[in-house]
Design a protein around this ligand. Structure first.
Ligand code: ADP
Ligand code: MG
Length: 175
């Protein structure tokens, strides 16, 4: 209990994370969103790619990496290697897929903390890491849209504190 006699002011207990939902009618739309994100990424950014198998996480990551590389760089799915590192002109980027992780404790061995110090990290299946990854992240959750064409996806995007200011730029079409 406060013993101060001065006026009090509201203190924040919790703020809702910034959210955005987008419809991606086809693969080109997914790639366009990825290119927009590529322009906004900075060292220290953790991008969590969630969604079922085949939802588009790897396609999205591939498009982010290609946008930053400025061309057709080979981007294999890291399902088996777990971690792929790309030294790109504007940013060092690590792409990881935790699907095959057996235990959240294994996350430490992947060097993602170091990767976040030098660049940005894209993580497929972040759920497998439990709470071993930083909570401040940009989450992009891909889902299929039942009854629509096979290329239609929806994404729900949730920005943690460090990304909140950049969320509007992700929503808006760039000139
Ligand atoms: N709008 C879309 N966005 C992303 N992928 C799409 C889209 N439409 C069709 N696809 C196809 O869906 C598949 C997604 O596979 P992938 O990215 O490997 O999924 P995940 O990594 O989520 O398991 C690819 O074959 C891709 O070509
Ligand atoms: Mg994948």
């Amino acid at each position: 209990m406060s013993t101060s006699t001065g006026p009090t002011s509201p203190t924040t207990i919790a703020t809702e994370p910034a959210r955005l939902r987008l419809r991606l009618p086809d693969l080109a739309a997914t790639r366009a969103l990825a290119a927009r994100l590529a322009r906004l990424l900075r060292p220290g950014d953790l991008v969590a790619l969630e969604g079922d198998l085949g939802a588009g996480k790897t396609e999205f990551a591939r498009a982010v990496i290609r946008a930053l590389a400025g061309g057709g760089v080979e981007v294999p799915s890291p399902t088996f290697t777990l971690v792929q590192r790309y030294e790109l002109p504007a940013l060092t980027l690590v792409h990881t897929d935790l699907y095959r992780l057996r235990d959240p404790a294994e996350v430490e061995e992947l060097g993602l903390d170091e990767a976040l110090e030098e660049g940005a990290v894209l993580v497929e299946w972040p759920e497998r890491a439990g709470d071993a990854l930083p909570a401040d992240r940009l989450t992009i959750r891909f889902s299929f849209v039942p009854g629509e064409g096979s290329e239609v996806r929806e994404v729900e995007i949730e920005a943690g504190p460090s990304f909140a200011d950049r969320l509007p730029a992700l929503a808006a079409k760039q000139a």
